[in-house]
Ligand binder design. Structure first.
Ligand code: BEZ
Length: 211
C-alpha cells in the first residue's frame, strides 16, 4: 500500500518490545515517528537506534512518540537492544515492532523489492496528532538517517500548524519564516505584529511568531 502525505496513517496491532500495541491507541493525542530499519544486529541501525534513544527528551518535549520496526522477531530485538545499550551508551527507550510476517511493512510499503525483497528500507513516517501522515522519507540501507533533521521537520510542522507561515531552506528553530501566500499584506500586518519584509510580493519574511 502506498502511504502519501495527508493520508490517515494506517492502523495496526503489532507485537513490540513493550507489549502488544494498537498504533492509533498508543499514539493517543501525541504526534508519532514510525521508522523502519533493515535488520537487527546491523551496524548502521545500531547507531540509529542509539541516537534516537539519546534524543528521547527532545521528542518528548515536542509531544512525539517514537516507534521502530524491523522484520526480525521479538527475541532478536531483545538481544540486540542489549548490544545497543552497550555500544551506544543509551538503552532503547521506545517500542521496537517485531514484524516477521511483514504485515506492517507491507501496510506502509516499506519493502522495495528492487532494493531487497526480504527486508525493509529505511522509511520514516511523521504522523500528526490528527493521525495524518505529515512526512515520508526513504533512505537506502547504507545511509544512516539524520534524526536532528527529523526533529527540525517536526518543529517546522508544529509551527506551521499554529501560524500561517512556512519555513525556508535550511531553517532552524528561531530563524525567520515565510508568510504563506494565502495571507494578504493587510492581514499579515495584523497577524504578524513584529512586522515583515516583502523581498518580493510573494516572498515575505517575518520573525518566528512564537519566539
Ligand atoms: C545496516 O543497517 O548497518 C546495514 C543494513 C544493510 C546494509 C548495510 C548496512
Amino acid at each position: 500500500m502506498t502511504v502519501r502525505l495527508g493520508d490517515e496513517a494506517p492502523n495496526f496491532t503489532a507485537e513490540t518490545s513493550e507489549g502488544t500495541i494498537n498504533f492509533h491507541e498508543w499514539l493517543g493525542d501525541s504526534w508519532g515517528v514510525l521508522f523502519s530499519h533493515p535488520r537487527d544486529y546491523t551496524p548502521v541501525c545500531t547507531t540509529e537506534l542509539g541516537v534516537t534513544a539519546k534524543l528521547k527528551s527532545e521528542f518528548d518535549r515536542r509531544n512525539v512518540k517514537v516507534i521502530a520496526l524491523s522484520v526480525d522477531p521479538l527475541d532478536s530485538h531483545a538481544g540486540w537492544a542489549k548490544d545497543i545499550e552497550e555500544t551506544q551508551g543509551a538503552a532503547v527507550n521506545f517500542p521496537m515492532i517485531a514484524d516477521p510476517d511483514k504485515t506492517v511493512a507491507n501496510l506502509y510499503d516499506m519493502i522495495h523489492p528492487n532494493a531487497s525483497d526480504t527486508t525493509t528500507v529505511r522509511s520514516v513516517f511523521i504522523v500528526g496528532a490528527d493521525k495524518k501522515i505529515k512526512l515520508t522519507l526513504t533512505y537506502p540501507a547504507s545511509t544512516g538517517r539524520n534524526f536532528l533533521e527529523i526533529l527540525r521537520v517536526i518543529d517546522s510542522l508544529q509551527l506551521t500548524a499554529k501560524h500561517s507561515v512556512a519555513t525556508p531552506a535550511n531553517w532552524q528553530d528561531g530563524d525567520d519564516v515565510i508568510i504563506v501566500p494565502a495571507v494578504s499584506d493587510e492581514d499579515a500586518k495584523e497577524k504578524f505584529p513584529k512586522g515583515f519584509t516583502a523581498v518580493k510580493p510573494y516572498l515575505r519574511i517575518t520573525p518566528q511568531p512564537n519566539k
